[in-house]
Every structure is written in structure tokens, then in C-alpha cells.
Ligand binder design. Structure first.
Ligand SMILES: Cc1cc2nc3c(=O)[nH]c(=O)nc-3n(C[C@H](O)[C@H](O)[C@H](O)COP(=O)(O)O)c2cc1C
Length: 435
């Protein structure tokens, strides 16, 4: 497995930007902006090294294309760089690979300055652009494009590849075949600001590349894998993302590295075996007994590998890889003051960073009188788009022998749902709410 050249020339980042546009390839200029002071992005990421908003201008014999723009506060910087390489009346095409505000902040003003430009974006981006432009949307030539469609600039043309959900529904990549440049927007991006712009000139940005993947792409990793499958056959010499270094040295290694970040370590180890993880917290041992019973019941199935964890004895983050690879999780919590316990909520909150859609989810727990916790956990699991084939198991105080048998039966049914032996029995949320 080759490792991308994150560090070719280690050096402190250079925070001042180039004064003008930067040549990326013949006819292609970077016209973006640097944001070295940014310390938090999208509310969900820390950005120790700031970020860049990469926009590109591509000149053909019959006009100029602008690919993505910048965050609104950086519009002046963007327009100054753009004006150094093109007149507004030369702009024939504006490509919007992704409608997130950090790439579209200058789009309304760019369209006012270049109203003749065709705007091309994925069909799923159209309603987002309408929401951005409001009434002005009707003034322009705006069309959705899908994989294989292209727009000619004379001696150069740009071809589109629809790559949805990396990380919004609208995302796409754009391919400039003549110069072998692939514009990937957020895919292969990093929040790493260095005015030298190219991966072979800046310092070690491995942390930023992997952290960006972890926090932005990981919840969509199956879509990222599909996107990579789609673009992999292209003979690209440069990957030009919308954040962080432009990948001109060994660009394919970043694709390979991303595949490795996506890849399923456990899946390769377990083959066709299904995996069920049971996590619990228990103050007086009642929920713990239930957890053990569920474990024992599920473990009767030879095709299911069951693991049991007391969350009191572990931090959440190291479990996330395991959960991402698992086929199902069951969470146990007592009801304390009308709620699930904080550690379980912390785990439920952390699940937003991984792909949970379609996994089996289940909840269980002991309670004294009101027993709200199981329902609250089920609601959250449903919000994470997990499938809940079994209504949660609630036991009053310490389980009796009969109730422990109920727990084992619950575990057996979870295993059967994983192996496909049990018919799905979707949870009736109206019934749960009425409890
Ligand atoms: C501080 C505290 C608050 C509790 N609040 C509730 C509650 O709001 N509703 C309820 O049904 N049970 C409540 N209980 C009872 C517990 O859910 C019950 O003792 C349960 O069996 C504990 O399970 P565990 O041994 O797995 O911790 C509370 C218990 C404690 C200690």
C-alpha cells in the first residue's frame, strides 16, 4: 500500500497567500482564497491550520470556465485573482461542483458580473441554487448535468461525473481531459492552509487529510467508495480539490489512501459472519445482567459473533471503528431521572460521524417505575436510520430467572434478524410512545 506524499518538503506553513492567481496546469489557474485564521469549520471541525477555498479558472479557445467559488467573506480576494486571468465577458461557463456556502459565497455576485455564463451543476444542486439565488435564478442559463455530459470551451472541454453524497446530495466532480486535471471539490480535500498550495511544496498535512475524511466523508463512506469507483479509470495527473493542497505529486496515492480509510478491516477478518455489539451501562447491575443474557442468547447462533462491552470501562471514540464495521448494535441503559444515562447519550451523539444507516439497532434496560430510557434510545437509533426489528426490552429492577430467559430470547431474535432467519418486525413507534 503506497502512502501519499504528505511530506515531501516539511516546513512551517506559509500563511500569506500568493498575491495573484497561480498556474496549476496550462490554461488552468487557482483563483481561490486563503483563510489561515479559521479555527472551526461548519461548527463540527477544528481547523488547526485554517483552510483554503480553492476556485479554478480554465481558459479555452472559446471562453473561460470558473469552477466553484469561495466563502462570501473572501469574495474580494477571489474576484481580484479572477480578474487577473479573465474578463467577465469571457466567462462562458460556471461549474458548481457543490452548493455548500464555502464554495458558493461569491456565486450571486459572479453571476451579476458574468450574466451570460452557463451554470452547470448536478440536478440535485438545482433546488439549492434556486434557494441561494431566489428570484435571480430565473435570469440565468442554469442546467443540471450528469455523468458523461460535457461543455466545450473550444480546444478544451469539461466533463461531469455525478458523485452524490460526498458529502451533500449535489456533489459532483469535473474532468478536464486535455490537462488531465480532476476537480473534486470536497473529495480529497483537507483543511490545511499554506500559500504554497501544492502538495509537494507544503508541510505534512496527513493529519488534516485524514481528519477531514473522518469528520466530513466518513458518514458517507459507501458513497465515497462509489465516487472513487467512478473516477478511478480517469488518467488524472492532478487532483484539484476545493480545500487544502492541490495534489499534483502522486495524486493517485490519495485515492488509494482514501480507499484504505474507507476499507473494512473487520469485514475482511470475519468474512460472512455477522457481528453484534452490545454496550451497556449499569449502576446496580440489573442492566448488566440483562446485557449478559442478551449476549448469551445471540451467541447461540454460530453465524453471529457477539461482543459485550461495559461502557463504564471504555471511552467512546475507540469503539467507533468497531461499530462502523458491525452489522448490529444493542444499547443498554437504566432509566435514571427519566432519561438514558449520559455515557449512552455520548455514544449516540458520536454515531453521527459514522455510517449507521441500515444497521440493526436495539435498546434494552432496567427501570424502577417510569422506564423512559429504552424508548429515548430507540428514537435516536431510528433518527440515525438504523433498522429496529425488535421493540426494546425493558425489565423492572433486577431481572428474575424468567426475565433473564426473556433476555436470552431477545438476543436469539436479534441474531436471527442479522442472519435473515427472522422476518423483520418494524418497531411500532406509536406503541412505544404510548408506553
Ligand atoms: C438516581 C436514580 C434515579 C432514577 N430515576 C428513575 C426514573 O426516573 N425512572 C425509573 O423508571 N427508574 C429510575 N430509577 C431506578 C433505576 O432505573 C433502577 O434502579 C434500575 O434497576 C437500575 O438499573 P441498573 O442496575 O442497571 O443501574 C432511578 C434510580 C436512581 C439510582
Amino acid at each position: 500500500m503506497s502512502v501519499p506524499p504528505f511530506t515531501i518538503r516539511p516546513a512551517a506553513p506559509r500563511l500569506e497567500g500568493p498575491s495573484g492567481p497561480v498556474l496549476v496546469a496550462p490554461g488552468v489557474h487557482w483563483v481561490g482564497a486563503l483563510d489561515p485564521g479559521l479555527r472551526s469549520f461548519d461548527v463540527i471541525l477544528k481547523t488547526a491550520n485554517g483552510t483554503t477555498y480553492n476556485s479554478y479558472a480554465v481558459r479555452g479557445s472559446e471562453g473561460v470556465a470558473v469552477i466553484d467559488t469561495v466563502k462570501a467573506e473572501f469574495a474580494d480576494e477571489f474576484f481580484a485573482r479572477l480578474e487577473a486571468v479573465a474578463r467577465y465577458d469571457e466567462i462562458r461557463l460556471i461549474v458548481l461542483n457543490h452548493l455548500e456556502p464555502d464554495h458558493t459565497g461569491a456565486v450571486p455576485e459572479l453571476l451579476r458580473r458574468a450574466p451570460q455564463a452557463q451554470v452547470r451543476l448536478s440536478p440535485r444542486g438545482l433546488p439549492m441554487l434556486r434557494a441561494l439565488l431566489k428570484d435571480e435564478f430565473e435570469l440565468y442559463d442554469i442546467k443540471g448535468v450528469t455523468t458523461g455530459q460535457s461543455v466545450s470551451l473550444g480546444d478544451r472541454s469539461l466533463q461531469f461525473y455525478t458523485t452524490p453524497f460526498v458529502h451533500w446530495p449535489d456533489t459532483q466532480c469535473t474532468w478536464l481531459a486535455r490537462e488531465r486535471v480532476l476537480f473534486t471539490c470536497d473529495l480529497f480535500g483537507s483543511h490545511y492552509c499554506d500559500g504554497r498550495l501544492f502538495n509537494d511544496l507544503v508541510g505534512d498535512f496527513r493529519f488534516s487529510f485524514e481528519y477531514y475524511f473522518d469528520r466530513i466523508m466518513r458518514p458517507f463512506r459507501s458513497f465515497v467508495a462509489q465516487a472513487i469507483d467512478l473516477i478511478e479509470p480517469l488518467d488524472f495527473g492532478i487532483i484539484a480539490p476545493a480545500h487544502g493542497p492541490i495534489l499534483r505529486s502522486h495524486p493517485r496515492d490519495y485515492l488509494t489512501h482514501t480507499r484504505r480509510l474507507i476499507s473494512s478491516r473487520l469485514a475482511s477478518e470475519t468474512g460472512s459472519e455477522k457481528t453484534l455489539l452490545i454496550f451497556y451501562v449499569s449502576a446496580y447491575g440489573a442492566t448488566a445482567q440483562l446485557a449478559q443474557a442478551i449476549h448469551d442468547g445471540a451467541a447461540e447462533s454460530p453465524e453471529v459473533r457477539v461482543s459485550l462491552f461495559d461502557l463504564e470501562g471504555g471511552e467512546i471514540a475507540p469503539f467507533l471503528d468497531l461499530i462502523e464495521e458491525a452489522d448490529g448494535i444493542a444499547l443498554g441503559t437504566p432509566t435514571i431521572n427519566g432519561d438514558a444515562v449520559r455515557t449512552i447519550w455520548e455514544m449516540l451523539a458520536a454515531l453521527v460521524d459514522i455510517e449507521t444507516r441500515g444497521k440493526l439497532g436495539a435498546a434494552f434496560g432496567s427501570y424502577g417505575w417510569s422506564g423512559e430510557a429504552v424508548r429515548l434510545v430507540e428514537n435516536r437509533l431510528q433518527g440515525l436510520k438504523m433498522r429496529l426489528p425488535e421493540p426494546g426490552l425493558r425489565i423492572k429492577l433486577h431481572p428474575s430467572a424468567a426475565e433473564l430467559e426473556e433476555g436470552r430470547a431477545f438476543g436469539r431474535r436479534l441474531a436471527d434478524h442479522l442472519t435473515g432467519r427472522a422476518a423483520p418486525r418494524e418497531v411500532d413507534f406509536a406503541e412505544i410512545a404510548a408506553r
